[in-house]
Design a protein around this ligand. Structure first.
Ligand code: FAD
Ligand code: MLT
Ligand code: ZN
Length: 467
């Protein structure tokens, strides 16, 4: 059966579009974190929507599951096959064309395998902005950011990917193509189908192209790295930043000292902007087309200092300085990976509950595994913490052993405080069982009903998202 499928895929898509050699497939079956390694019957690399449709149709007919993959930067094991070896990986990597930039509609139409950074550059070349911004933007794809409803460091101002997509083209689990590639801002004709696919993590269909919203370019930026006493200072600063920066406020990020220590230890060229160590840091950025970003940042920081909310602040005086401040924030994922075993918790809470969460959960975790290192950082302006854990120094095995207990402590607290166990990374394989356990029965029933309606034979990304 699988030999027939590989033969049929090669006949339809060409010899070179279907990889079966284990060495050629290696990069497609292990995820970015290194925690998920699976096996695939083949890796299929179509070059067009028609080829994606053919590949999916052949897989559906053969009863073989399809794992869509973009840049393979996902953090929950959703884009790689599991260990059964009975699925194909469908990589969108050859579909990377910006099809159109429309200055009147203010939209950009792009193929799903295009890297996010390429889209940002195409928007900039047209004098516009595509605002989604992630540490992985050089490698992650538009299809992946749609499938995960990615967030990042400018959500505070522009929202998540969901809010930036106007139209989609999707290959359905039976191989039909849904052409929803329209640039319409208004379309109240029943259920919003594109929103079903956004955030579905490859379990409902393969996104092959999208129409994205463009926004005014913001070449003027004012950026500061600030030292804070506590998480509650960071949350108290949010309304103050809004008051002074108004619509210019784009980024309000938080970093605990441990996160900064890992970046300084592992990423060459980074340096501590302050002479003294502090427990907490924030990164704030204002951006605008032409206006007074520097003055507004200054007035916000002045007011914050007057209210005793700041311990210290460094304002970027040049693009190079701005980059070096951003490197401290964007480098945390990479640095934590270099440090060794990592347990990620991408949680979100009502912003006013963040401080209590951090104060209460840290001691519980340290009791469960003395010596663990809390690597806390994230998009505090969105109420989203990356409440990650690194192993006690030299004892990765202990973190792996205690992971279920530690994660339960975190997720129980998130639930009690009215939050969610995934803010932006999604469910994938990592949180599949936990997500079902922490949702209500009604929610799980509705999710299952959607899956059953669109993919009754379970072709798309089997054993992900839903148990
Ligand atoms: P993949 O990893 O290839 O796939 C992710 C999921 O989408 C899988 O379930 C896959 O099956 C599905 N998928 C991929 N392409 C398609 C398609 N065309 N059609 C249907 N399904 C598809 N995420 C954030 O939200 N915010 C962050 O700030 C952030 N920062 C990151 C920083 C670093 C250093 C790294 C490594 C990751 C970060 N991520 C972040 C996670 C990741 O980059 C995003 O989830 C991104 O959207 C994944 O895109 P990708 O193309 O790599 O998708
Ligand atoms: C980030 O915001 O840097 C990532 O989403 C967090 C992570 O890698 O855990
Ligand atoms: Zn993040």
């Amino acid at each position: 059966m699988s030999a027939d499928l590989v033969h049929d895929l090669r006949t339809a898509l060409g010899e070179s579009a279907v990889l079966t050699n284990p060495a050629d497939m290696a990069a497609y079956v292990t995820d970015w974190t290194g925690s998920f390694t699976g096996a695939a019957l083949a890796v299929v690399r179509p070059a067009s929507t028609a080829e994606v449709a053919t590949a999916v149709r052949l897989c559906a007919a053969a009863g073989v599951g399809v794992v869509p993959q973009g840049g393979n930067t996902g953090l929950v094991g959703g884009g790689v096959p599991d260990s059964f070896g009975d699925q194909i990986v469908l990589s969108l990597g050859r579909m990377r064309r910006v099809r159109e930039v429309d200055p009147v509609a203010d939209t950009l139409t792009v193929e799903a395998g295009t890297p996010l950074a390429t889209v940002q550059e195409a928007a900039a070349a047209a004098g516009r902005l595509f605002p989604l911004s992630l540490g992985s933007e050089g490698s992650c794809t538009i299809g992946g950011t749609i499938a995960t409803n990615a967030g990042g460091t400018a959500v505070l101002r522009y929202g998540m990917m969901r809010e930036l997509v106007l139209g989609l083209e999707v290959v359905l689990p039976d191989g039909r193509v849904w052409d929803g590639l329209r640039p319409l801002r208004k379309d109240n004709t029943g259920y919003d189908l594109k929103q079903l696919f956004i955030g579905s993590e490859g379990t409902l269909g393969v996104v092959t192209a999208a129409v994205l919203r463009l926004l005014p370019a913001t070449p003027r930026r004012a950026t500061a790295f600030v030292a804070l006493e506590s998480v509650s200072a960071a949350t108290a600063l949010l309304p103050l930043l809004r008051e002074h920066a108004g619509g210019q406020l784009t980024t309000w990020e938080l970093l605990g000292r441990q996160a900064v220590d890992l970046v300084l230890a592992h990423l060459p060229g980074t340096r501590d902007p302050f002479p003294e160590r502090h427990e907490w840091y924030g990164l704030v950025e204002l951006a605008d087309t032409s206006a007074d970003v520097d003055e507004r940042l200054e007035s916000a920081l002045g007011a914050a200092a007057d209210q005793g909310l700041l311990l210290d602040a460094v304002v970027a005086g040049s693009p190079a300085q701005r980059e070096s401040l951003w490197a401290l924030r964007e480098g945390v994922s990479e640095a934590q990976k270099s440090e060794g075993a990592t347990l990620k918790h991408d949680v979100t809470l009502p912003i006013t509950a963040l401080s209590r969460f951090v104060a209460e959960v840290g001691p519980r975790l340290l009791t469960a595994l003395p010596g663990l290192r809390l690597v806390t950082y994230g998009h505090v302006g969105d109420g989203n913490l990356h409440y990650n854990i690194s192993a006690p120094v030299g004892d990765d095995a202990a973190l792996r052993r205690e992971a279920p207990t530690l994660t339960r402590i975190v997720y129980d607290a998130v639930t009690v405080l009215g939050g969610s166990i995934s803010a932006e990374h999604g469910i994938g394989a990592l949180k599949r069982d936990a997500a079902a356990a922490y949702k209500t029965g009604v929610e799980v029933d509705l999710l299952r009903a959607v899956k059953q309606a669109i993919d009754p034979d379970g072709v798309m990304n089997p054993r992900k998202v839903l148990p």
